[in-house]
Write a protein that binds this ligand. Structure first.
Ligand code: HEM
Length: 214
């Protein structure tokens, strides 16, 4: 059976929980502001750079090509940050980011396939979100580069990437490690998103300051 189908089934709940974070909702509703979106891009850039380094260092020649699109996407993020007028924005939420980066750097090569799955698959969401975020930021349609894949057809790129993973014909215990890497990456990503935009909830005590839930 296709490991990519397993990945989709096994991480369905992870994706649902990620979409339910306040930050992801602000992307979907088009209520994100330029600084928040630039922070998200800066975080994603750091993670793509770390993941690329981990994949290149893993020493598994069959896994290295699975990270080959990330360097180009880092360039797309840099273009977006320039367009937003925040080219040198430092990635915020340092503690959560470092935690996820060091987890990525410690993954086995099959688990890195799972981590790459999360970022590769997120391009599908990006193409759905791009017009909403462009409207929210007062940009023209097509202005965003990273979410629009820099002109690539996201479905075609996704199909080619999945075919590359399925061609590895992984068996156990590698298959379980792939799933582990994807779940770990989704949950680390959720912690980063929660730190980027904590939920603000009103306390039940009238007049009290709102409390933050992360
Ligand atoms: C509001 C935020 C998001 C929306 C609206 C969204 C939406 C989508 C959509 C429409 C798909 C395609 C589903 C399909 O064709 O079956 C998708 C796939 C995917 N997204 Fe998201 N997404 C969001 C956030 C994220 C984030 C933050 C990540 C990870 C960093 C992510 C990772 C993935 C992955 C891995 C897939 C591939 C699932 C599969 O195996 O088919 N998504 N998303």
């Amino acid at each position: 059976m296709s490991i990519c189908l397993d990945l989709r089934d096994e991480t369905r709940e992870e994706h649902r929980a990620t979409e339910a974070t306040p930050f992801a909702k602000s992307l979907a509703r088009g209520s994100v502001d330029a600084v928040q979106f630039a922070q998200y891009l800066a975080v994603t850039k750091r993670l793509l750079v770390s993941l690329t380094a981990a994949i290149e260092a893993c020493g598994d020649a069959s896994v290295v090509p699975l990270g080959s699109a990330f360097a180009r996407r880092v360039g797309l993020i840099e273009r977006d940050l320039m367009q937003l007028g925040l080219p040198n924005l430092a990635a915020p939420v340092e503690a959560e980011l470092v935690r996820l980066e060091s987890s990525l750097l410690g993954l086995s090569s099959p688990a890195l396939v799972g981590a790459a799955y999360v970022f590769e698959g997120s391009t599908l969401g990006g193409s759905v979100l791009a017009p909403r975020v462009e409207r929210a930021l007062g940009l023209a349609e097509g202005d965003l580069s990273y979410f629009r894949g820099g002109g690539d057809d996201p479905m075609r790129a996704w199909a080619a990437w999945k075919a590359g993973v399925d061609a590895l014909a992984l068996a156990e215990p590698s298959r379980s490690l792939v799933i582990h890497g994807a779940k770990m990456t989704f949950s680390g990503m959720r912690r980063v998103l929660a730190a980027l935009l904590p939920a603000v909830v009103a306390t039940t005590c009238a007049g009290a300051a709102p409390s933050m839930v992360v």
